[in-house]
Design a protein around this ligand. Structure first.
Ligand code: NAD
Ligand code: DAU
Length: 350
């Protein structure tokens, strides 16, 4: 298949592209603007392949999208390009409205024009797969899980822009017959994770001897999924999912933030012990909470398991150990980002 991946230079997009190049025969075109979050070195393993190509462009640029579609003739569009960081959406929501809403509209409209020009067989095989988040469902109390039918209740500028983009995608499916798929996934973590997010930020700041900022009292819960398992889920959905369907994707690994941070510290204590016997946990610092901070997310992933046979391949304990080790072994990758783009300072004060 020919698969156009928007946002392929980002954290999850690059994991998907590496997987497709390393484990399938598919052709991949990455379409990415290379914002602060687009990191070409995350694609080095894929870029050596003659099944890989790259276009640097904005999804809001209709002409560039149209040209990429007619040149590459994709059977699948995996649409991951987005502004993805909640804290940045609090500081500057405009870019989230522009890329996540307007950009998704442009992608849909150009995809529709392209799809209408295909043969009937190619039309039937085409998929527009929109990659979204569990944050569109709002915040849970102590009980319960998000299912595919949970009503939308987005509460941050980021999640509101993603919710709007999900609605646009379903509208293009319902009104124009475009064969769309939507996945709503929980928090990812793993190799090549941009240092603004909790897990890489804690690993890096711990290694740099800096305070480890835990928002509020650290009791907020996230459902963690290893990024390579998310990439496997995405492949299962665009290869086998039924058009018009939504699939929730999650790791069945709920953890309080404070427990995630303590786990990272314990792993570092084993792999990179302080010479004076101190624990990295002594660097933990509780700081002012994120404005509007959602309390708990948890995904019921039984639909994708039952219908497509996908389950996570690693536990949180296996995945977080592998992730910490990856950051220890790939310091050049993240040092470069710290030097040139983002040095782990606090974002999202409101
Ligand atoms: P990321 O921020 O790491 O990467 C985003 C990528 O999109 C970057 O390569 C960036 O250059 C590109 N991009 C941004 N604006 C663009 C534009 N206007 N035109 C073209 N390219 C543009 O994001 P991520 O964490 O890899 O998330 C990917 C997708 O998955 C997003 O849609 C996000 O909402 C969704 N998602 C993320 C998570 C998570 O835990 N990270 C969980 C569920 C869903
Ligand atoms: O649930 C899926 C979402 O997960 C994705 O849609 C988003 O793109 C992704 O960024 C992520 O959103 P979160 O806001 O949950 O992730 P973040 O890593 O920013 O924060 C995780 C939790 O840790 C959250 O409760 C806030 C807290 N936190 C975060 C940072 C950066 C801290 O306590 N300290 C920090 O320094």
């Amino acid at each position: 298949m020919r698969i156009l991946v928007t946002g392929g230079a980002g954290f999850i997009g690059s994991a998907l592209v590496r997987r497709l190049i390393q484990h399938t025969d598919h052709q991949v075109l990455v379409f990415d603007k290379l914002t602060y979050a687009g990191v070409l070195s995350s694609l080095e393993l894929a870029a050596a392949s003659n099944r890989y190509s790259f276009v640097q462009a904005d999804i809001c640029d209709a002409e560039a999208v149209s040209k990429a579609l007619s040149d590459f003739q994709p059977q699948v569009i995996a649409h991951l390009a987005a502004e993805s960081h909640v804290d940045r959406s609090i500081d500057g929501p405009g870019a989230f409205v522009q890329t996540n809403l307007v950009g998704t509209f442009v992608m849909l409209n150009q995809a529709l024009g392209y799809w209408r020009g295909l043969s009937d067989a190619d039309k039937a095989a085409f998929r527009f797969h929109h990659i979204s988040t569990d944050e569109v469902f709002g915040s849970l109390g102590e009980e319960g899980f998000f299912t595919e039918t949970t009503p939308y209740d987005p509460r941050s500028p980021y999640s509101a822009s993603k919710a709007g983009s999900d609605h646009l995608v379903r509208a293009w499916g319902h009104t124009y017959g475009l064969p769309v798929l939507v996945t709503n996934c929980s928090n990812n973590y793993g190799p090549y994770h941009f240092p603004e997010k909790l897990i890489p930020l804690i690993i890096i700041r711990a290694l740099n001897g800096e305070p480890l900022p835990v928002y509020g009292d650290g009791s907020n819960v996230r459902d963690w999924l290893f990024v390579e398992d998310h990439a496997a889920a995405l492949q299962a959905v665009f290869e086998k999912g039924a058009p018009g369907q939504t699939y929730n994707v999650g790791g069945n690994a709920e953890r309080r933030n404070i427990d995630v941070v303590r786990t990272i510290c314990a792993i570092l204590d084993r792999h990179r012990p302080h010479t004076d016997g101190r624990s990295y946990a002594e660097q933990i610092a509780f700081v002012t909470d994120r404005p509007g901070h959602d309390q708990r997310y948890a995904i019921d992933a039984s639909k994708i398991r039952a219908e497509l046979g996908w389950t996570p391949s690693v536990t949180f304990e296996q995945g977080i150990e592998a992730t910490v080790v990856w950051f220890l072994e790939n310091e050049a990758w993240w040092r470069d980002i710290l030097d040139q783009r983002y040095a782990t300072e606090r974002l999202g004060h409101g």
